[in-house]
Design a protein around this ligand. Structure first.
Ligand SMILES: [Zn+2]
Length: 252
């Protein structure tokens, strides 16, 4: 891992692809050739893929976020995506980013973020010393949850909202709490996933053999604010615990 100058005062690192360095093709004795596969996923590819796959469960039409918590033994201990609290039907609350009703007519007061859900879904007693793989850099509300849960490292794929206050606050919190931030840089931008082995039961396969993978979206926060600007007078912007200083900065 090498440091980058993106946030020079903060402990943010880029994570270089580890594919090549993890492949060795000799046995411990050195004499016998090892024929293990070379195409296997690295841990980082695997866990970030799980985070992105989990994001595909999201019902949010504008922003799909996934998170995957991993312990020191490389075991997944929790996953989450953004959605309404358990037991609430997906149709029972709005998914809109803006509403004539104001804040209560939007998704913001109701949606649980992916990182929060991953922590709450954990199947171990504690997340202490775990790391979390996030498709998006966490907002400050999730940052507080991650810090309190004992997570030591945040590996994130996108920090497209880095100039927003909610992300600046996260970075400040992570740095003060000595939580390491790692910007994951994949060796390949996409992962093709087959749900069967080649040649498996071809005759019984459905006529359409490939379900188009949904494209995940995470619009920049500015666009959400701009969208609201076009529809609401400035004084009517969202109000509430998740609203930013101007009521216009909210994640997911
Ligand atoms: Zn969040």
């Amino acid at each position: 891992m090498t440091g980058i100058a993106l946030f020079p005062s903060l402990s943010i690192y880029t994570m270089e692809p580890q594919h090549a360095q993890q492949h060795t093709n000799s046995s411990p004795g050195g004499n016998r050739p090892c024929n293990k596969r070379k195409e296997y996923l690295s841990w980082d590819e695997y866990f970030m893929s799980v985070a992105f796959l989990t994001a595909m469960r999201s019902k949010d039409p504008s922003t799909q976020v996934g998170a995957c918590i991993v312990n020191a033994d490389q075991r997944i201990v929790g996953v989450g995506y953004n959605g309404f609290p358990s037991g609430i039907p997906d149709e029972a609350l709005p998914w809109d980013k803006t509403s004539p009703e104001g804040f209560l007519g939007t998704k913001y007061p109701y949606v649980c973020h992916a990182e929060l859900n991953a922590v709450l879904n954990k199947n171990v007693e504690s997340c202490r010393n775990c790391r979390i793989y996030c498709t998006l850099f966490p907002c400050c509300e999730c940052a507080k949850v991650l810090i309190q849960s004992g997570i030591q490292t945040v590996v994130f794929a996108s920090d497209k909202n880095r100039d927003e206050d909610v992300c600046k606050a996260s970075k400040r919190l992570f740095e003060l709490a000595k939580v390491q931030m790692v910007n994951y840089r994949p060796e390949f931008p996409e992962l093709a996933l087959s749900l069967r082995y080649p040649g498996d039961n071809v005759a019984a396969a459905p006529a359409v053999t490939a379900r188009p993978l949904p494209t995940l979206t995470a619009p920049a926060l500015e666009s959400a604010a701009d969208d609201r600007d076009a529809k609401e007078p400035r004084g009517k912007k969202g109000r509430g615990p998740n609203a930013g200083e101007n009521g216009d900065v909210m994640l997911a």
